[in-house]
Design a protein around this ligand. Sequence first.
Ligand code: ADP
Ligand code: GLC
Length: 459
Amino acid sequence: MPLHVLHVSSEVYPFSKTGGLADVLGALPLEQARLGHTVTVISPWYGELGGGAEPHRVAIVSVPGMFGEVEIGRLYQNGVTYLFVRMAGFESKQLYGFKNDVERFIFFAKAVPFAIAAMGLQPQILHAHDWATGLLPALIKFTPVPTTFQRVKMVYSIHNLQYQGRWNPWDVLSWTGLPSSLVHSEGLEFFGDVNMMKAGIVYADAVTTVSPTYAQEITTLAYGEKLEGVLKRVQRDGRLHGIINGIDLERWDPVTDAQAGFSDWQGKQAARARMQIELELDLQRPTVALVTRFAQQKGIDIAIEALGDLLERWNVVILGDGDLFSEKVLGLISRYAPHFAFYKGYNEDLAHQVYAGADAFLMPSRFEPCGLSQMISMRYGTLPIARDTGGLHDTISPEIGFLFPEASAPSLLEATDAAFDVWQDPTAWSKRVHAAMALDWSWESSANKYLELYQRLLA
Ligand code: ADP
Ligand code: GLC
């Protein structure tokens, strides 16, 4: 039975992005549409949209309890309908980082059911992603929303448990009209605040996260971000599911990618030489790369701690930003270290070039719900060296990549040493490269797992 699925997210590639969440929303809906379902994706209409998108203005909607009206824009692309909500608080092209982020996204969530009803759409499944949309299930269950939503089943996906969205209950109750009786420890309440991530977990019909290992990890003290108790209950009730992400195989195709253009070991060697020459690296050494946000999660500090030892034998390339101190330190090191290149910022083209030209890709993550970079790397014949956690555990086999147990510099260096030894034997390395490039990271099987989950909820 074909379904109508509505995805709600604060980020959707190519229109808006800060991380992998956007990439998932840029790919999963397309795959679900390709499998024969009706798919709508709704997100905020930021001051500027990526991909040169100019949505058509299709409706003006008033939302009860909200000053002013919201404007709805629409685009059809690749079989998917994208709706954009233009409203107060989203004038900038910047997604987050405002003092009133929680308020902004609560009002976005409030607008969603009214926008959908105004468009005459009748989704059977509402699939909300991460903290920014976490209040939606509660809003739909406990506040007056259009009748279209009376029978909708709700799935809530956790992409990163660390960002939760907390605010004081008085404001949240007055903004949303939610009953104060929900503010208790089994409901919205969390250490005196309302917690949007917790709200999604508690009130959705099913909760998913982006890998089986992370689904298990978040029920423990070490990874649960103080929500392990709630998550354990959800797991016991059979409402918690781990479904691994895929990657967009057209966007990340080493054969058609202008920065790569290869399908085998020889071609990879050519791309590798091109990158090393362009970035002025030592052609006699292997190159290990990091492309990442400099968040505590990603362990950039661990990489910095190991950098001196790494630079004894490797070229190191780092692309990323997000932490002033790390940016300054890396900038300084790159002025003096001959085998090191640091590029501050977010740069898609350079990311493609690095995935194509590096030998190894480093991910010293403290936790990693799924991680997309390791899959992209493998597709480009770049072997991952990664902390053995979350989605990294589920996607990297020891026959191909190198996993290390601790989020620490010594543990990392043991793995890079092991990788270096293998690299010195071109037959052994090329065997791994070919095996990596042959792996299948398509979305089809995971898209089907979500569809099966939706069908079970509707049955
Ligand atoms: P997360 O969402 O936690 O940041 P993921 O591995 O899921 O991590 O996704 C990160 C995505 O963002 C990947 O596609 C990666 O290539 C991309 N990315 C991260 N940092 C940069 C950067 N500085 N420049 C270009 N792309 C980046
Ligand atoms: C989050 C996680 C990352 C995951 C991405 C997409 O940003 O940090 O591990 O790949 O979401 O699900």
